[in-house]
Every structure is written in C-alpha cells, then in structure tokens.
Design a binder for this molecule. Structure first.
Ligand SMILES: Cc1cc2nc3c(=O)[nH]c(=O)nc-3n(C[C@H](O)[C@H](O)[C@H](O)COP(=O)(O)O)c2cc1C
Length: 404
C-alpha cells in the first residue's frame, strides 16, 4: 500500500503512452525475435524495443566473435563490448511478429527501432510499415557507434545536429505514433543534438546507446580484443561500467531539454532504475543485464521498486521522475564551508596499510601507523578528499565533520 492507502501504482507514462511498469527491454539481442519478446512480456516486462529494423536492401553480416567483457577481480562482468550490427532478419518477418506480439500483449508497449540510409524514402517506408504493423512508437537509432558510422549512418548521423533534425522530421512527416530519437553519448555536447531532435519534431529521446570503446589487447598475439581473424575494431561499451555516463547524459538532458527521456545504460537492479528516474527518466531500458542474467531479473526489479516506493512513502513510480535534479548544481556553487575529515573505526581495521600508502602517495600524508600499530589520522594534514574510504575494503575509514 502507498501512503494514501491505495495500491502502489508501478505504471509510468512516456511520450503519452502508458507503461504497466517502467522496465523496458532495450533494442538488442534480448529483442531479436518476436517469440523472445513474447516470453519477456509473459514474465512481466512492461515494454520492449525491437532489435533495430533496416531496409531489406541493406546487407548485414555480423562478425564472430563480436563480444568481449571487462571483468572485476572477482570475475564478474562489469563492462561489455559489442561489435554487433542491426537485425539481419527481413522486414516482412518483423512486421508480422510486431502484429502478433501486440495482439497477444495489447497493454505492453512495443517500440520499433529503425535505421536506414540517409534517404527520405528509406526512413519513411520503414516508419510507415512499422506503424501499420501495430508498433506503439518508433525509435530512431541515430546512435550505433560501430559498423554503421562507416556507412554514414548510426552515430555518424546522431553526432550531427542538422542530420538528426532532418531525419527526425522525415519520420515525423509520416508517423502518427510517437517518435523517439535514441542518442549517442559519443559527442562533446549532448544539448545541440537533443535540441535538433526537438526541432525535427521528436516526441522523446532515449539515452544512451553504447560508448565507443577498445577493450584491450591480447599480450601474446598482440591483437586487440575481440580478435576477429587476427584483427579488431572499435566497439560499443555497455553494462555497469557505463552507468555513470548514462546518468550524466540523462540528467543533462532533463535539465536542458523539453523532451521526455527513456533512461538507458548499465541498469541491472531496481536501485539503478530508481536513480535514472530520480534524474529525469520517465522509464528505463535494459540490455546488458538481461544478456548476462536473463529475463528473470524482472522479478527483483518489480519487487524492489514496489518495496522502495512503500518504504519512502510514494504512491506511484511517476512521483520519482526528476526529484533529484534540483540537487545538481554548478561546481562553483558547491559548499566549501562544511569541511569533512577522515576518521578511523579501529574495530574494523585489519592494519593492511593500504590507506597509509595511498594517503602518502596520492593524498596529503595524513594517515600513519602509531608505534602500537594502530592507524592515526593527522587532522591538520587531512584535506578531506575521501580517497582512504574508497580503498578500504573493511569500511574502517569514514568521513566525519571537522571538529576544529
Ligand atoms: C550486443 C548488443 C547489441 C545492441 N544492438 C542494438 C541495436 O540493434 N539497436 C540499438 O538501438 N541499440 C543496440 N544496443 C545498445 C543497447 O540497446 C543499449 O543502448 C546499450 O547496451 C546500453 O544499455 P545497457 O548498459 O543496459 O546494455 C546493443 C547493445 C548490445 C550490448
């Protein structure tokens, strides 16, 4: 129950469309077939963006392998790089499946992602076909950072305001359903691109697509990763590692653009989804977490969100949107009077000495061992940077108000 005594309302509205819950599968392998989307809907996903559609005369041949990952010391995949292209499946097959999905799940939101060469007819043909097939909205993929830009499409379009404006307006000329522009983070400034989407008539923006990346190099073969027959190329980075970039872009858009936002990038838990909504997203899209753990994560997402809303006294998901935005201010306006200092909780410290090392080598030389091997912090020297609290795995260092 919400604070007003009624059941918690998990639904949200984005571009005038009601989503039963804010969790949407992003355009990617988890939405590669209609049968997969139906299975995801049966498990509770609120919406799905189909794997990007393309004109039939655009040939798509994927490389293998096309994925590589960044692992944490404990072996968890914390970053994911892909060099995958758009759908390889014929448009007619997709159109039939879009109709079938909507017939079976009329209340779930189905969005047709699309990408075409830079010709009015190509975009308009795709848009009209997807709309007639029953899609609830169109998402223009102006943001894929690999493969497609070499052909002058994908991020090559979304990095230029004039092309973004032009293609959006072509689609708006024929579409009656909402048109969403999916933005690339691979730009110096996101604002002119969002502005161009608005001028082109877009109803909403989605951000972010993947971050252009180079995962690493095999030190035995000297080939960059992933090796595709002994060579590699730049890919698109996603998963946990890109969440801070996604949150930055979404909050900048929310502060500067009039368009509603679908938040994407590194979301794998309900907490991440709430963060995106607090920073201005009306719904969230998820790809990599599903690729690594499957559709079943929806159970924890739904339960976690509902419990959070109850615990915080909210009645609906929609109440979260943008609540944290006023807390983002200019760096020059941040408080400089409330100095914090590091303090050690001796009962948690195991004397590993890492905080001493980093404070000496990258801090202010404020932490040392006393003669009886306990940590002491020189409050005069401590500058309050907080580095020690981040390297301590035991949480033995905390920041406290300066008592001087
Ligand atoms: C393997 C893979 C394929 C993708 N294919 C598409 C695509 O066809 N169209 C698109 O708009 N985005 C595509 N994306 C990008 C995702 O939709 C999403 O924007 C990005 O992965 C960030 O979200 P995440 O961190 O939840 O994965 C793809 C991502 C991955 C990992």
């Amino acid at each position: 129950m919400g604070s007003n005594g009624t059941a918690i309302d998990l639904s949200t509205k984005y571009c005038g469309i009601k989503y039963p819950n804010p969790f949407v599968l992003a355009s990617a392998p988890p939405t590669a077939y209609g049968s997969m989307i139906k299975r995801a809907f049966s498990l509770g996903w609120g919406g799905a963006v189909v794997k990007t559609l393309k004109p039939d005369d655009m040939e798509i041949v994927d490389v293998t392998p096309r994925f590589t990952t960044l692992k944490s010391n404990s072996g968890e995949n914390i970053g994911f790089e892909n060099m995958e292209l758009v759908t390889k499946r014929p448009l007619s097959v997709w159109l039939k499946e879009i109709g079938e999905i909507k017939e079976e799940y009329p209340e779930r939101v189905l969005i047709a992602s699309m990408m075409a060469d830079v010709r009015r007819e190509s975009w308009q043909r795709l848009a009209k076909a997807a709309e007639e097939a029953g899609a609830d909205a169109l998402e223009l993929n102006l943001s894929c950072p690999h493969g497609m830009p070499e052909k002058g499409i994908g991020a090559a379009v979304g990095q230029k305001p004039e092309l973004t404006r032009m293609i959006t307006s072509w689609v708006k000329d024929v579409a009656r359903i909402p048109v969403i522009v999916k933005l690339t983070p691979n730009v110096t400034d996101i604002e002119p691109i969002a502005e161009a989407a608005l001028e082109g008539g877009a109803d909403g923006v989605a951000a972010i697509n993947t971050v252009e990346s180079m995962m690493g190099v095999d030190l035995d073969t000297l080939v960059p990763l992933p090796s595709v027959g002994g060579f590699s190329g730049y890919g698109g980075y996603s998963g946990s590692a890109v969440k801070p970039i996604g949150l930055r872009v979404v909050s900048q858009l929310a502060k500067t653009s009039l368009l509603p936002i679908s938040g994407i990038g590194g979301i794998s838990s309900w907490e991440h989804a709430v963060e995106y909504m607090l920073l201005g997203a009306s719904n969230v899209q998820i790809c990599t977490a599903v690729m690594l753990k499957g559709y079943g994560i929806i159970n924890d997402l739904l339960k976690g969100l509902e419990n959070y809303l109850v615990r915080k006294g909210f009645n609906s998901t929609q109440e979260l949107i943008g609540l944290s935005l006023p807390r983002i201010i200019a760096h020059s306006d941040l408080d400089r009077s409330n100095l914090l200092k590091a303090e050690v909780k001796q009962e948690w410290c195991i004397n590993c000495g890492l905080c001493v090392t980093v404070c000496q080598d990258a801090g202010y030389g404020a932490i040392a061992f006393s003669s009886n091997k306990t940590l002491v912090i020189d409050q005069e020297k401590c500058d309050g940077c907080s580095l020690c609290t981040h390297v301590c795995r035991r949480k033995a260092l905390v920041m406290v108000p300066n008592e001087c």
